[in-house]
Each structure stands twice: as structure tokens, then as C-alpha cells.
Design a protein around this ligand. Structure first.
Ligand SMILES: Nc1ncnc2c1ncn2[C@@H]1O[C@H](COP(=O)(O)OP(=O)(O)O[C@H]2O[C@H](CO)[C@@H](O)[C@H](O)[C@H]2O)[C@@H](O)[C@H]1O
Length: 541
């Protein structure tokens, strides 16, 4: 096993003997990497965070790094518990001091695809619902559950003998979103002052800055940080944002703390890494992020190209590829049949997949539907979230029985079938750190129509039929401003291209399908950022 940060010269015994050859052999640094995350597919997934933390670790492991992913062992008594069936109890217990008490956690482990998948076991992760909540809303003890995760993750490299050896102190923590944001703070406040993790580094990865882990200031003592570190997480809401006259606006914000003390900051596209430094995109953290711009980078997500592959996908009716598109129409008619829509191969089928909330711009689709339904199109929406949108989807289905289908819920196989069966995928997101559905869509020859924001703008190239000597360029349509009128205009353009210009449409499909979406490219950029993290000294107060 290669020690972290050792220099490996591709199995060469004597580096000094052949300097000419040595110049050609790239010297590769390898790292001991600890992902800390609230979700990792296929074990747990409610959205894109699960996808990324389920696939990026494997890409990094394949490049020679030692990679551990630490996430909770969620058990809800249903069939999804089976996903943890291969994870065994390591028989190691850690005691976590937080919330005024000592909590014992256990660690389960599965070694798969070169990655150590470590699941933190505690009774608070065992209950019906999703990782974050149930039908009554978010769990009231999420601060406790993710404080526990962060503490346990900091112990994991020290105490777990995986494959016979611990990861040790010289490692790199990649703390994902607010759920893991306590990790950089714990390294700086709890470990480094006592000489532990002096050579470790931490990176906070922001997948969605709208969620920051904000709780009342009185909960500070629960976090297990020393009293003198309060200022690092202190967060005071401006007067206008306070609930009432007696509200002092004082809270703790763990993501803010992580942004302040992490050795580096990453987000999931370059566009978004700039947007979060602006008042419009920073959700209050833009000034802090601007002050740390020198350690802030954006790396566009890749996707799991094995899981999302139209020529092998186990969830879809027929397989197809860039060289033989014929199976796609079968996926479409099969989807129409499954949804009870009229089976019409030539009718443009438009899809939406995602959380039903403000971020995803569902209200824009809602306002566009009455006019869109005047056209000869079919629409299918898959999603769950805010009740008002779920109710609206069901209601719209009743109004337009032959044209509109609502699939309220979370269903991964159906999401694959919609991605394969539709002609067009809509993503009118208000903001989108990266977005994965447009990447899946392009890989499946489904043309994305997206709001020109964040990662959507970075990844969807606008269609221009006249470029390349009339052969066209681009992989979809981006639109701005975010209004239902603009969405409708863009849809009309797309539908016109679909019905009137079949060869242009095929060109769009093939350019999207031909792109490289694998994690390889992103993994190389992650390595660069890891290298930079170790060049600078760690954060010390
Ligand atoms: N009802 C449903 N049924 C089945 N599958 C469903 C579903 N609703 C959503 N999904 C799936 O969940 C994932 C959503 O990923 P996104 O990246 O598009 O958004 P999300 O906001 O969750 O992620 C955040 O983190 C990711 C990862 O960094 C960023 O790309 C993104 O911009 C950021 O908002 C996709 O795999 C999608 O298919």
C-alpha cells in the first residue's frame, strides 16, 4: 500500500539511473482521502450529493489513491436496508463527546470497487424516512445526527484498521456540504492543538450553499467544540431577516465555520464557484467566500458512466448507442405505455426530474403548462418535495389526461426510463451548482433545455444550426432570463427543430452522446487541488 503523499514512479526501482526516462515518467502523488458525506449511492441517495459521493471516490481509488467514504448507516426497516448487507461490523467503537453526553458509535465496513465504504452506526440513523426527514418534515435532531457523523469521521482514520492498516494522520478530509462541515473545525480546534492531524488537510466541498446547517446560538455547546471557538461558527442574521422584535438573529452556522477554517474550498462547477462570491448566489456567505477566493475552485462533476449508459442500462426497454439510435424510440413508446399516455413515437415527449422546490424552478414550469398544453406535446414530471407542487402535478394530470403525467415520488429506475424515453429534458433551475440530470440526458441523446446558470451554463452548449458549415454545433438550449415566456419560446424552438429538422436533431443528440462525462477529467483536477492543499500549511489559529 502506498503511503499517502509518497512519490511513486510507476514501479521503477532506481530513479537515478535513467534520468532521461525519468523526465518522461510523471511523478504521481497519492493521497489518503476521507470523504465525509450524508449520502453515498447506492447505499443512500436523495439527490446529486449521493451520486457524486458514490462515484467520485471510485474514480480516485482507480487512480491509485487510498479512499474511504464515511457516511451513516441508515436503517428504516424497509427493503433499502439490504443495501448495507455486505457491510460488516468492524468491532471498533468510538466515543463521541457532544450534546453534553458521551455517545458510542460503531463502524461497519464494505470494501468495494477499491474504496473503503465505512458506515457509522448509531440508533439516531435508524428510523423510517429519508436521511433527512419523513412525511412530517426534517428531523428535529439533524444537528445531533450530523455532529455525530463528523466526530466519528474524524476518528475513523485513527482507529479503523482497514485492510490491516489505519489510514493514519496524514490524510485529506473532503467534507461535503453542511452535514460534514464540522470536520474542518474539529481538525483545527480539537485535534491540531494537541498535535494530532498536524499533517492532515481539509477541504470543504459545497454542493448546495442554500443549506448551511444553521441552528440557534444556544446549541453551540452541543457541537463539541471548545468554548473559545464560538466566533468561528457565529452567524448573525441581518435585522430584516429576523423573526420578531426580540429575535437577536444569533445563530451558529457550521458551513460558515468550515468555509472560514478549511484548507481549501471546492464547489461543483466553475460557474457556481464564481456565483457564490456574489450577493445573489452566496446566500449570505459571499463576502467570506470572496475573502477566501485564493483557495476556492470549481470542478465540474462527472457521472457514473457505467450506471448511466444507454447501451447497457438495465432499467430501460431497449439499448441504443451513438452508432445505433434505433432503440431510443422503443424506450419512448415503452415509457408512454408505462405512463398510460397515447403511444405516439413522433410526438415530442418532454421530461422533468428533480426535487420539487424553489431551486429547481418548478413554478416556472407550472406557469408555462397551460400554454404548452395547447401544443401537440406530451410532458412527464418525476419528483417529490413541496406539497403545493405535488398537488399541482396531480391536478394537472387530471386536467390533461392525454398529455401530462405526474410521477410523485422518488424512483431511480423510473428516472432512467424518463431520461432514455424523453426527447427533451427541462431544467429551469433558479441556481444549479452543477446539475447531473442534464449530463445524464445528453448521454442518453435527450436534449436539455436549461436556465443559463451555474453548472448548467458550463455544461450545456447552445445549439447553433449554422455553425460548422451548416452541420451545427451545441448540445441543447440555454435560456435567460428565467421566465415562463422565455422557457416557452425556447421550447417552441426545440419542438420546431424536432419536428422540422430531423437531421439537426440527430446532430444534437449525437454531439451530446459523444461527449466524455466520466470522472477521469474531474479526478485529475481534484488531484491538483489536493496537491495545492498540501503545499500550503494547514489552518492554525
Ligand atoms: N424523484 C426522483 N426520483 C429519482 N431520482 C431523482 C428524483 N429526483 C431527483 N433524482 C435524482 O437525484 C439527482 C439530482 O441531482 P442534481 O445534481 O440534478 O441535483 P441536487 O440538487 O440533488 O444536487 C446538488 O448536488 C449536486 C452534486 O454536486 C449538484 O450537481 C447539484 O447542482 C446540487 O444542487 C439525479 O441523479 C436525479 O436523477
Amino acid at each position: 500500500m502506498v503511503e499517502s503523499h509518497d512519490i511513486v514512479a510507476n514501479d521503477r526501482d532506481d530513479l537515478s539511473e535513467d534520468t532521461e526516462e525519468m523526465e518522461e515518467t510523471p511523478i504521481k502523488l497519492t493521497f489518503n482521502i476521507i470523504f465525509v458525506t450524508a449520502e453515498a449511492a447506492p447505499y443512500s441517495k436523495t439527490g446529486g450529493l449521493g451520486d457524486v459521493c458514490g462515484s467520485l471516490p471510485m474514480a480516485l481509488a482507480a487512480r491509485g489513491h487510498r479512499v474511504m467514504v464515511v457516511s451513516p448507516r441508515y436503517l428504516n426497516g424497509g427493503p433499502s436496508d439490504e443495501k448495507y448487507a455486505n457491510a460488516v461490523d468492524l468491532d471498533v467503537r468510538a466515543t463521541v463527546h457532544c450534546f453534553g453526553d458521551a455517545q458510542e458509535v460503531a463502524f461497519y465496513h464494505e470494501y468495494r470497487a477499491g474504496v473503503d465504504w465505512v458506515f457509522v452506526d448509531h440508533s439516531s440513523y435508524c428510523r423510517p424516512g429519508t436521511p433527512y426527514g419523513d412525511i412530517y418534515g426534517a428531523f428535529g435532531d439533524n444537528q445531533f445526527r450530523f455532529t455525530l457523523l463528523s466526530h466519528a469521521a474524524c476518528e475513523a482514520p485513527l482507529v479503523l484498521p482497514l485492510g490491516g492498516f489505519t489510514y493514519g494522520e496524514k490524510c485529506l478530509f473532503l467534507a461535503n456540504d453542511w452535514h460534514a462541515a464540522l470536520v474542518p473545525l474539529l481538525l483545527a480546534a480539537k485535534y491540531r492543538p494537541y498535535g494530532v492531524y498536524k499533517d492532515a488537510r481539509s477541504i470543504v466541498a459545497i454542493h448546495n450553499i442554500a443549506h448551511q446547517g444553521v441552528e440557534p446560538a444556544v446549541t453551540y455547546n452541543n457541537l463539541g467544540l471548545p468554548p473559545q471557538w464560538y466566533g468561528a461558527v457565529e452567524w448573525i442574521f441581518p435585522t430584516w431577516a429576523r423573526a420578531h422584535a426580540l429575535d437577536t438573529g444569533e445563530t451558529v452556522n457550521v458551513l460558515k465555520g468550515a468555509i472560514a477554517v478549511a484548507d481549501r474550498i471546492l464547489t461543483v462547477s466553475q460557474g457556481y464557484s464564481w456565483e457564490i462570491t456574489t450577493p445573489e448566489g452566496g446566500y449570505g456567505l459571499h463576502e467570506l467566500l470572496s475573502s477566501r477566493q485564493s483557495v476556492l475552485n470549481g470542478i465540474t462533476n462527472g457521472i457514473d458512466v457505467n450506471d448511466w449508459n444507454p447501451s447497457t442500462d438495465e432499467h430501460i426497454a431497449s439499448h441504443y448507442s451513438i452508432n445505433d439510435l434505433s432503440g431510443k424510440v422503443q424506450c419512448k413508446t415503452d415509457l408512454q405505455k408505462e405512463l398510460g399516455l397515447p403511444i405516439r413515437p413522433d410526438c415530442p415527449l418532454i421530461g422533468f426530474i428533480g426535487r420539487l422546490d424553489y431551486q429547481k424552478g418548478v413554478d416556472i414550469i407550472l406557469s408555462a403548462i397551460p400554454e404548452l398544453m395547447q401544443n401537440d406535446v406530451q410532458v412527464v414530471m418525476l419528483g417529490s418535495g413541496e406539497k403545493q407542487y405535488e398537488d399541482w402535478m396531480r391536478h394537472t394530470e387530471n386536467l390533461f389526461k392525454d398529455k401530462f403525467r405526474a410521477w410523485v415520488g422518488f424512483n431511480v429506475p423510473v428516472s432512467h426510463r424518463i431520461t432514455a424515453g424523453c426527447d427533451i429534458l427541462l431544467m429551469p433551475s433558479r441556481f444549479e451548482p452543477c446539475g447531473l440530470n442534464q449530463l445524464y440526458a445528453m448521454r442518453y441523446g435527450t436534449i436539455p433545455i436549461v436556465h443559463s446558470t451555474g453548472g448548467l451554463r458550463d455544461t450545456v452548449k447552445d445549439f447553433n444550426p449554422y455553425a460548422q458549415e451548416g452541420n451545427g454545433e451545441g448540445t441543447g438550449w440555454t435560456f435567460s432570463p428565467l421566465t415562463s415566456e422565455k422557457l416557452l419560446d425556447t421550447l417552441k424552438l426545440a419542438i420546431g427543430t424536432y419536428t422540422e429538422h430531423k437531421s439537426s436533431w440527430e446532430g444534437l443528440m449525437k454531439r451530446g452522446m459523444g461527449r466524455d462525462y466520466s470522472w477521469e477529467n474531474a479526478a485529475v483536477q481534484y488531484e491538483q487541488v489536493f496537491t495545492w492543499a498540501f503545499i500550503d500549511p494547514p489552518y492554525v489559529r
